[in-house]
Design a protein around this ligand. Structure first.
Ligand SMILES: *Cc1c(COP(=O)(O)O)cnc(C)c1O
Length: 474
């Protein structure tokens, strides 16, 4: 088939028994995949099936691991239970109850996603927004809350299985515009999901164009978090809709703003097809900056060469390596997690292989409740081994770029398992974090307008100091 007439076809749980590519697996293996797909979301498309997965290398193929449910993703007991239920055709209600129990055991809402990050106005949560770091607001358009294919490790998995209702997504940009007008400290809007590139450009435009108007000059960049360049690159290369997207990027640029595609690339294969390369190049030609990021995932991309090759390829296509993340503490984390020391080793080994042009990448980084924490190194000081950590982003802007230390721990895979090193009782941000949790207010900065107001108020309320003035007159 020529790539020009490829139509988007999507496959999910009910196709696991009938996909021709899966027929070479044993019936038990297919049953195992169905059992996992009862709990975790599964969705692939024809491009992922035909171009990205090497079926001679299944089940080890990294894209197969990235997209298809794997037996090891559930706890052994839960997995055995579900397989048994499927085998004996257990009643739907009985199955649903177990599935629900297992889903809630998988820490569906890590890092204060739903409580601390959502801004409020008059006590009401603002639909479709998260504002965790002063400079950047995340926006979730309603129609952008799915993807061209699902990553098995996705931290947003609860919304794809209906565990989260979509109340937190927004149907229109009006609320966002109003919020941004009142928050001059925000310089960047990150449109995310799901994948906003699942939307047709006409719809995407309804969210983007209001951000280009007057009163929002302080918003210097509009970012799009997307895996479409990896999972459905035709979105950027073929058809009228792709042309229209390039025009929209042109409009963002003409309004004096950066149009940034935050492209999620996990494995080299995703960058090797002609159409994926054409997609990145076309975005760059249209005036977008393409920045790349992905989490480090066992079974998928836990080797240094993959990262070094990806970063080199990205730079050669005009993209800018941005973040390597640590897999979050949710979902099938037991299957995917990489110990922090190993993540640091893999990053370092990859980083050493590339020139400074690709060393724009930062990592490995953990997006946890207080902020983005970089594993910056491992040191030994007077016999005590420690991780050197650095806050890349913080809920409190005063935390940013601070270095701190945690006891070296070979088993640790996430921040909550780390303890302060060198006799410290707690990490430097913990006191502030407690205050935020107690007050329920995670925004410790003041919008610029409020700062200005406060200044005026201070001047008005200062009592004239006649005594002082008299002294000056003498
Ligand atoms: C990473 C992230 C951002 C953006 O941070 P940058 O360092 O500016 O890329 C914004 N909000 C949240 C919640 C994030 O996790």
């Amino acid at each position: 088939m020529s790539i020009d007439d490829r139509k988007f076809q999507v496959f999910s749980k009910q196709h696991l028994e009938i996909l021709p590519q899966l027929q070479k697996l044993t019936p038990d293996h297919r049953l195992a995949m169905r059992a996992v797909a009862e709990v975790l979301p599964f969705r692939v498309n024809n491009y992922v099936l035909e171009e990205l997965i090497d079926w001679d290398n299944v089940p080890n193929d990294p894209v197969f691991q990235l997209t298809f449910p794997q037996p090891g993703m559930l706890a052994r007991e839960d997995f055995g239970l579900l397989c048994g239920m499927l085998k004996r055709n257990a009643p739907a209600a009985e199955l649903a109850a177990e599935v629900k129990r297992i889903r809630y055991s998988l820490n569906p809402h890590p890092a204060g996603q739903k409580s601390l990050n959502v801004p409020h106005e008059n006590g009401q949560p603002l639909a479709g927004m998260q504002h965790k770091y002063r400079e950047t607001v995340l926006f979730f358009p309603m129609a952008g809350q799915t993807c061209h294919a699902y990553c098995t490790y996705c931290f947003r998995w609860p919304q794809f299985v209906g565990l989260d209702d979509m109340k937190f997504a927004s149907k229109e940009a009006a609320g966002l515009v109003e919020y941004l007008r009142a928050h001059k400290e925000v310089t960047s809007v990150l449109i995310t999901g799901g994948d906003p590139m699942i939307m047709r450009t006409q719809l995407l435009r309804q969210y983007v164009e209001p951000l280009l108007g007057p009163g929002l000059e302080h918003v210097a960049s509009i970012r799009f978090g997307t895996k479409a360049p990896a999972y459905w690159p035709y979105r950027f290369t073929h058809g009228e809709d792709a042309d229209d997207l390039m025009r929209l990027i042109g409009e963002i640029r003409a309004a004096g703003k950066d149009a940034a595609i935050m492209a999620h690339f996990s494995v080299l294969r995703e960058l090797q097809t002609d159409v994926a390369q054409a997609a990145v190049k076309r975005l760059v030609s249209a005036g977008a900056t393409v920045r790349t990021q992905a989490p480090l995932i066992r079974h998928v991309n836990d080797n240094a060469d993959n990262w070094a090759q990806m970063w080199r390829k990205q730079v050669s296509l005009g993209a800018i390596p941005y973040y390597m993340f640590i897999e979050r503490d949710t979902g099938a984390r037991g299957y995917f997690e990489v110990p922090l020391w190993r993540a640091y080793m893999i990053f370092t080994e990859a980083y050493r292989q590339v020139t400074g042009l690709a060393r724009t990448v930062r990592g490995p980084s953990m997006s946890c409740t207080p902020g983005k924490v970089l594993i910056s190194g491992v040191v030994e000081v007077k016999g005590e081994k420690a991780f050197v950590l650095k806050m890349l982003q913080g809920r409190d802007p005063a935390w940013v770029n601070q270095v701190f230390f945690a006891k070296y721990d070979q088993r640790a895979t996430w921040m909550d398992q780390l303890k302060p090193a060198f006799g410290e009782r707690e990490f430097f941000f913990e006191e502030g974090m407690r205050q935020m949790l107690e007050s329920g207010e995670a925004r410790v900065w003041l919008p610029t307008e409020v700062d200005a107001l406060e200044e005026t108020w201070r001047m008005e309320s200062v009592e004239p100091d006649h005594e002082h003035d008299r002294k000056l007159d003498q």
